[in-house]
Design a protein around this ligand. Sequence first.
Ligand SMILES: C[S@@+](CC[C@H](N)C(=O)[O-])C[C@H]1O[C@@H](n2cnc3c(N)ncnc32)[C@H](O)[C@@H]1O
Length: 288
Amino acid sequence: LVERGGPGPAEHEWFSQWLHEVADDIRTGLMPANVVPALRAAFGEALSADTLQGLSFIKPHGYAGDYEILEKIYLRHVSADPRYRNWDQFFQKQGAVEAVRNRKQYFIELLKDLQDARQADANVGVLDVACGSCRDVLEFLGDRNDERIKFDCLDCDAGAIAHARRLCRGFERQLSFIRANALRFRPTRRYRLIWCAGLFDYLDDAKFAWLLTRLFGFLEDGGELVIGNFSNRNPSRDYMELVGDWYLRHRDAGELVRLATAAGMTPDNIRVGQEACGINLFLHIKQS
Ligand SMILES: C[S@@+](CC[C@H](N)C(=O)[O-])C[C@H]1O[C@@H](n2cnc3c(N)ncnc32)[C@H](O)[C@@H]1O
């Protein structure tokens, strides 16, 4: 498969199935876990920085799921090089990748609802935690510019902040960029909406509960905290883990609600939404 330049569209299904079988065999002990490095080595240049799966594996920014790979997902990047095109097309066809693109839209819809609901002359504060490239914010502002919605965009990666700043040029009056660790950040104001996608699914339950409680404390009365987390129904999990060395903490809706209630949130104020594929879930918690 590697010699032929990766799976063509007609081979996506069986290649995914093959990855599931290998992952199952490792999980059940039929195959030793040390086949994984050999499997990855067999990819050769197909696991270099010239492919999306290679970027995921190499982690040029030091961690999985960086703003650069997210940008390539949003822009549906596929290599022009015939040696890599099939691999990138396979990557872009992944359910998890579609779910990431859908969650951008989910955030944009939340922002539109916020805009429609706000009183005409009122300012509304939004905190975007782990904002990455801010492509979601940019698309919202490009579509419905509203100077009364003020965004604080926070990320710990200086590269992500620099990229987001460049991308959102022209909207400086509404945007503040903050380079900080979300776990240590202390705001100087309160927010109507706090959005965090692509961070909680890297946290263990203790840190999840701790950060949820902390962010909830930054809401104004009537505000809402929305936390994204990949669900156990992620069909791309085996490909992400085996090939891309990209591990997430998948959680189902029940687990998200349990974590929120165990952290002291009122059950009536909690709901779980999902993007169109049902792969990325969103825990909503209202401050009443
Ligand atoms: C998967 S990306 C998601 C970006 C954006 N929310 C999106 O959906 O496109 C995760 C981002 O979280 C940031 N991040 C990871 N840990 C963080 C932390 N402790 N504090 C702040 N940002 C963090 C990374 O730098 C990266 O930009």
